[in-house]
Design a protein around this ligand. Structure first.
Ligand SMILES: NC(=O)c1ccc[n+]([C@@H]2O[C@H](COP(=O)([O-])OP(=O)(O)OC[C@H]3O[C@@H](n4cnc5c(N)ncnc54)[C@H](OP(=O)(O)O)[C@@H]3O)[C@@H](O)[C@H]2O)c1
Length: 283
């Protein structure tokens, strides 16, 4: 595994992380009926990822997986794991942010969250109010760093301008080989400001897994040349090559997939293959 500093945090995160958004049915089942389909399989997957050297886990109050994260990290050294969770857009008033954070801390059985992210911007609550609460949470030691998610460039700048003491350390946006709008203005801004990037849908929400959606000659040539197993490993390796600020968070729902994904950092893609891939998947 390769580890890189997560933006300006000083923490060395594995370049491959683990996402824990399963699906809307999982969320509804967990929220209203306490049902957690495949919970053991998912905790085994996260545990296998940790054993393979992944130390970055992404969750959210929305996903209903914070308790699952807590179970998966049980017995491990807390300070060796970087936990990112998110406050949902209906909890962005000052008091609601603080309450949501306290709930997430309880769910995860931890005294601090490494990265607390605003899941979506709000049209109703001013970003200044939300950021005031986020900064208070840092001051109180409940969170270490503040991140954003689904903020376009303008909103990102507004969010940064609303902060008085701290800086935004990361952003989350959809970004993968076949979806690259992020490269237009947000990636350059992140580079300028050393903001870490957690690309979500790094495997196109599963679409990039399908071998038939790849140019066959290029795919077969790369699988053979790099002695790798599958399309997921190429899609993830391409992402981590784009910048040392990029930490993809593919979903961790089965042990085998997590181990494949962890191995995606074990090889280095040639510059000429990067060009071939980007030509094959035009923006
Ligand atoms: N900030 C936001 O608004 C936002 C939105 C969406 C997602 N996210 C975060 O981003 C994470 C990733 O997004 P995502 O889960 O939607 O999409 P994704 O990671 O791009 O794709 C997930 C799909 O890829 C499959 N997969 C993963 N590794 C594989 C492998 N090695 N071989 C074959 N198939 C593999 C998964 O199957 P299995 O499930 O069978 O492994 C699943 O069907 C989420 O879990 C969440 O943490 C954030």
């Amino acid at each position: 595994m390769i580890y890189r500093e997560f933006g300006k945090t000083g923490f060395k995160c594995s370049v491959i992380g683990m996402g824990t958004y399963y699906d809307p049915l999982w969320i509804l089942g967990a929220k209203f009926f306490g049902l957690k389909k495949g919970e053991k399989k998912h905790t085994d997957a996260v545990t296998a990822g940790l054993d393979a050297g992944i130390n970055l886990i992404d969750t959210a109050e929305l996903y209903g997986t914070e308790k699952l994260v807590s179970q998966s990290i049980s017995g491990r050294k807390r300070d060796e794991i970087f936990i990112a969770t998110k406050v949902f857009f209906n909890h962005l008033r000052y008091d609601s942010v603080v309450k949501a954070c306290d709930r997430s801390l309880r769910n995860m059985g931890t005294s601090y969250i490494d990265l607390y992210q605003i899941h979506f911007p709000s049209k109703r609550v001013k970003i200044d109010e939300t950021m005031r609460a986020m900064e208070k949470l840092v001051d109180d030691g409940k969170i270490r760093h503040i991140g954003i998610s689904n903020f376009n460039l303008q909103r990102t700048k507004e969010a940064q301008a609303a902060m008085k003491k701290y800086e935004i350390v990361s952003t989350q946006m959809p970004y993968n080989l076949s979806r690259r709008e992020f490269e237009k203005d947000l990636l350059p801004y992140c580079r300028e400001n050393r903001i870490a990037v957690l690309p979500y849908y790094p495997l196109g929400h599963g679409k990039l897994i399908d071998r038939n959606s790849w140019p066959q000659d290029l795919l077969n040539g790369m699988l053979e040349k790099y002695r790798i197993k599958n399309t997921a490993q190429i899609a993830l390796n391409w992402l981590i090559t784009k910048s040392d600020l990029i930490f993809p968070i593919p979903r961790a729902s089965s042990r085998d997939h997590v181990l494949d994904n962890a191995a995606a950092a074990d090889w280095v893609i040639d510059a000429e293959d990067v060009v071939k891939l980007e030509t094959a998947f035009p923006v």
